[in-house]
Design a protein around this ligand. Structure first.
Ligand SMILES: [Zn+2]
Length: 437
C-alpha cells in the first residue's frame, strides 16, 4: 500500500459520518431476540450470494433456523460460503466479526465462539457500540421497513431513537397501493373517509405533512423494484378514472383477498403530485436505482436515466440517487454532472461492488463537482453489517482519492478535505440537516 494511501486512510478513519440510509430497528429494544449469528447475518444480501452460488431454498431454511445446532448448519452452508467469500457482502461480514468480536473471519473454526459472542451482543448498548463508538456515525437516515404482519407502511407518525436516527418517509404506499387494507390504512391515518380521488389526494398531502411534523427529513421511493422509473404525464381525470376502479371491489368481504394494483396512469400522476408537494416544501427525495436486492428482477426498470423528465420538471426537488445506480454508475455521472438538483448517493454500493465503488468515485471526481456525492449509506437491516460496510467505505474513498493524488491532480490535504465532504458535509447539506441535528 502506498504511503499516500496510508496518509489519507489514517485521516479518513477519524471522520464522523452522516449515514444516508439504514433499515435498522428504530429502537434497540425491538431487535429480534429469537436469533443467532447465521439467522441474523443472512437476513439479506449475503444470503442472495449463497443462493446464487447454488444453495437450495430448503437448505437455506435450515441454515437460518436458530433451533438447530450452529455447526450442523455451518456444514450445509460452508461450500456456498467459501465460493462467495470474496464478494463485498461477505467481506463486510468478515470485517464486522473481526472489528466487533475479535475473531478473524466467519468459518468452521470460529462459528461456535462467534455465535456465543453474537448472542451476548443482544444486550442493550450494542447499537451505541457499533454506530457511535466503532463506526463514528453522527446520524443515520432511517427507512423503517415494517416486519411481516406489522402493517405500518403508511404510518406517518414513525418514531425512532433520535440518538441514532432521523426518519425518512416512504412515499410508495401512496403511489402504489395494492390492497383494500392499504387504502383503509391511508383513511385511518388521514382521519377522514376516502370517497373519491379528491379525498385521496388530500389524504396523501396530509400524511406527508404529518410525517414531516414528526421529524421525517426526506422522502424515499423504491418503486424500481416493482415498475420502471419512467413516470409520464397523464391528466388528473385519467388517473381518477383508474382510481375509481377501486370501488368495484368495495362489496367484497374482508375474508376475500382484495388485491387491485392501480394502473400506471394513477401511479404516474401520484408521483408527479407528490413531487409537486416536495418541491413546495424544498425536500430531498431518495430514489432507489440500479441493482435490486434479491435473486432476480428487471434490471432495466431501475435505470436512473428514466427519471430525467422528473429532474427537469421539478427543479425545486433535490433528487438523491441511491446505490450509485450500479451498474449504471456512468449514467449517474452524466445526470449529476448536468442537473443541479441531482446528487449521487453511494448507499449500499461499497458492499455491492468494492472495485466498482473505487473506480466510480475516481471517475466522478474527473467529471462531477465533489459537493454532489455522498459516500456512505449502510443500507442494513441488522446492526453488525453497518460496521463492516463503513470500514469498506472508508477504505474505498481513501483508495479513490489516493489515485487522484498519485495522478498529481491534488495534494493529500485537498484529498482529506474532499473525504470530509463526501462522508459528512455533503449529506448534511443535501438533506438540509441543519434543521434537525
Ligand atoms: Zn435500502
Amino acid at each position: 500500500m502506498s504511503k499516500i494511501f496510508e496518509e489519507i486512510y489514517e485521516y479518513v478513519q477519524g471522520i464522523e459520518i452522516i449515514d444516508t440510509h439504514e433499515h435498522l430497528p428504530a429502537f434497540e429494544d425491538i431487535r429480534d431476540k429469537n436469533t443467532d449469528i447465521l439467522k441474523e447475518y443472512l437476513t439479506h444480501y449475503f444470503n442472495c450470494d449463497l443462493i446464487s452460488a447454488g444453495l437450495s431454498a430448503s437448505d437455506f431454511a435450515r441454515v437460518i433456523n436458530p433451533d438447530l445446532p450452529v455447526v450442523e448448519r455451518w456444514d450445509i452452508v460452508e461450500p456456498y460460503w467459501n465460493v462467495s467469500r470474496h464478494t463485498g457482502y461477505a467481506r463486510a461480514l468478515d470485517i464486522s466479526v473481526k472489528g466487533l468480536y475479535g475473531l478473524d473471519r466467519i468459518c468452521r473454526e470460529t462459528i461456535e465462539e462467534l455465535n456465543g459472542k453474537f448472542l451476548d451482543s443482544l444486550k442493550p448498548g450494542h447499537f451505541k457500540k457499533v454506530l457511535k463508538d466503532r463506526s463514528k456515525i453522527r446520524v443515520s437516515l432511517l427507512h423503517d421497513i415494517p416486519k411481516e404482519n406489522e402493517k405500518i407502511v403508511f404510518d406517518s407518525n414513525l418514531k425512532c431513537d433520535q440518538t441514532f436516527f432521523r426518519n425518512v418517509y416512504p412515499i410508495d404506499g401512496l403511489i402504489f397501493p395494492q390492497t383494500g387494507d392499504e387504502i383503509m390504512r391511508i383513511e385511518e391515518q388521514a382521519g377522514f373517509r376516502v370517497c373519491g380521488f379528491g379525498d385521496y389526494l388530500e389524504a396523501a398531502e396530509s400524511l406527508l405533512d404529518n410525517a414531516l411534523k414528526h421529524g421525517a427529513v426526506a422522502l424515499k421511493s423504491a418503486l424500481a423494484y416493482q415498475r420502471p422509473l419512467l413516470y409520464e404525464r397523464f391528466t388528473m381525470s385519467e388517473a381518477e378514472h383508474e382510481f375509481n376502479e377501486l370501488f368495484k371491489y368495495k362489496h367484497m368481504g374482508n375474508y376475500l383477498p382484495q388485491v387491485f394494483p392501480l394502473g400506471k396512469k394513477f401511479q404516474d400522476c401520484m408521483m408527479h403530485f407528490i413531487l409537486r408537494l416536495a418541491g413546495k416544501r424544498n425536500l430531498t427525495v431518495q430514489f432507489h436505482t440500479g441493482i435490486q436486492e434479491g435473486n432476480g428482477n428487471m434490471l432495466k426498470n431501475s435505470d436512473p436515466a428514466l427519471l430525467s423528465n422528473l429532474f427537469l420538471e421539478y427543479p425545486d426537488v433535490d433528487f438523491d440517487i441511491f446505490h450509485m445506480g450500479y451498474p449504471f454508475q456512468d449514467v449517474v455521472s452524466v445526470l449529476a454532472k448536468n442537473f443541479p438538483n441531482v446528487f449521487i448517493d453511494m448507499a449500499w454500493a461499497h458492499i455491492v461492488s468494492p472495485s466498482a465503488s473505487v473506480q466510480a468515485l475516481a471517475g466522478w471526481i474527473d467529471s462531477v463537482p465533489v459537493n454532489k456525492i455522498s459516500a456512505f449509506g449502510g443500507d442494513y437491516l441488522f446492526i453488525d453489517g453497518v460496521y463492516g460496510h463503513q470500514a469498506l467505505a472508508r477504505e474505498h474513498v481513501s483508495r479513490a482519492l489516493s489515485m487522484k493524488v498519485d495522478e498529481g491532480l491534488m495534494d493529500v490535504e485537498r484529498a482529506n478535505e474532499i473525504s470530509e465532504m463526501l462522508f459528512y458535509k455533503n449529506p448534511y447539506r443535501i438533506f438540509k440537516l441543519e434543521k434537525s441535528l
